[in-house]
Design a protein around this ligand. Structure first.
Ligand code: NAP
Length: 374
């Protein structure tokens, strides 16, 4: 039986069937699924999770793809056509949820995503972020309400769409109360330019204050086996308020995928090279952690990247890992994480083994650390 027959028989779910619940009724309305282009490949991920609750609930694939590293920050600059194709390949494999930001590559990353999804827009969920206008020579955090509204218009233009599904504050602006930020996004939601509100790298207190003004759907922050700080306060608040969490850099920016060693060249187009956790000394010391994660996976048929993401997915039901890649093989490997199950005992075993080796090096340098609340 070929893929078309399987789809007809209902044995596998087509990508167009990914959207369910309240979002499906708005995003897929009037869409003729027969016109949705397919670019080859096969569905890999059908599992979904819901971020947020009540009117702020958004049902999404259980893992999602970040586009930042397709152009900058991770040392690789593949040609844009290949990356547009990779985004379409993710869609064809069942992932219709993509993250970008106005600050990535000075807006070019939003343009890349906009081009890649132009013909499938109605079935795709766009996650983007405001704060850092890198089109300026010296980027600053600017979350004044009028700037957020202007940023939204510019993002809509770059993304070639009339609505942003999930709009995050990327970084706090200490000169603007979070209530004003939440109010500006709330206005955009009332105007139909944004659907859901997200935050990034904020404290429990900021989450609570923002949520009082407008329900927050998700918080997007760094979280992985080598950085578990959100567990201390943020997760309790998210659980109490019914907010989701999208874990960015779930493989510690590739390190837990095994693709980085102390010999990696991180001097060109790679922000990791500036950070203490990615010095040759730290990479050498932390290789013991990678070995533990890798060994754990070997007895379960999992790669170290899959272990890293399955660990968080089974630890907390409200987490959706947000990974980045430039390669089809990694894309497929990462999406397949949703096929694995880890028991509570296995989670504890992994954590015990990893905790024997202290992590060397802070995740950010002082400048970046100043911009986050965690
Ligand atoms: N809110 C924020 O402040 C913030 C900050 C950072 C990132 N983000 C978002 O999060 C997304 C993901 O961040 P990230 O790029 O740091 O995530 P990541 O998935 O932890 O790291 C990406 C790196 O891992 C490698 N990789 C991916 N899958 C792999 C696999 N199976 N085996 C080995 N290596 C693998 C990639 O290399 P290949 O290209 O070779 O696959 C890439 O270098 C970004 O695109 C962005 O959208 C948000």
């Amino acid at each position: 039986m070929n893929r078309r027959d399987l789809l007809k028989s209902g044995l596998i779910a087509g990508t167009g069937a990914m959207l369910t619940g309240s979002l499906a009724s708005t995003a897929v309305a009037n869409t003729d699924r027969r016109n949705i282009p397919q670019v080859g490949g096969c569905t890999i991920i059908t599992k979904k999770r819901t971020l947020g609750t009540g009117k702020a609930a958004l049902t999404v694939p259980a893992l999602y793809v970040g586009c930042m590293g397709m152009q900058s920050g991770r040392g690789l600059t593949p040609d844009e056509k290949s990356m547009e194709k990779l985004i379409q390949q993710a869609y064809d494999r069942g992932c219709n949820f993509f993250d970008t930001a106005e600050g990535y590559s000075g807006g070019k990353n939003e343009e890349l995503l906009g081009r890649a999804i132009a013909s499938i827009r109605k079935n795709v969920l766009i996650s983007t972020k405001f704060t850092v206008d890198l089109t300026k020579n010296s980027p600053v955090n600017d979350n004044r309400p009028e700037r957020i509204k202007a940023a939204c218009e510019a993002s809509l233009r770059r993304l070639k769409t009339d609505v942003i599904d999930l709009y995050h504050q990327h970084r706090i602006d200490r000169s603007v109360p979070i209530e004003d930020v939440a109010g500006a996004v709330s206005d955009l939601i009332k105007e139909g330019k944004v659907r859901y509100f997200g935050l990034s790298e904020v404290s429990a207190e900021t989450i609570r204050r923002a949520h009082q003004v407008h329900p927050v759907t998700t918080v997007q922050s760094e979280y992985h086996l080598m950085f578990r700080k959100p567990e201390t306060e943020v997760f309790a608040t998210l659980q109490e308020l019914g907010i989701g969490f999208t874990a960015y850099s779930p493989t510690n920016r590739g390190f837990l995928g095994g693709s980085l060693t102390e010999y990696a060249d991180m001097k060109t187009n790679d922000i990791r090279g500036d950070w203490p956790r990615f010095t040759p000394e730290a990479l050498r010391a932390n290789a013991r952690i990678l070995q533990v994660v890798s060994d754990f996976g070997k007895t379960r048929g999992m790669t170290s990247a899959q272990v890293s993401m399955a660990w968080m997915m089974h630890k907390y039901p409200f987490i959706v890992p947000l990974f980045g890649t430039t390669k089809l093989s990694h894309l497929e490997e990462d999406l397949r994480t949703a096929d694995f199950t880890l028991s509570q005992n296995e989670i504890t075993e992994l954590e015990d083994k990893v905790s024997k080796f202290p992590v060397m090096g802070e995740r950010y340098d002082a400048t970046q650390q100043e911009r986050v609340e965690c």
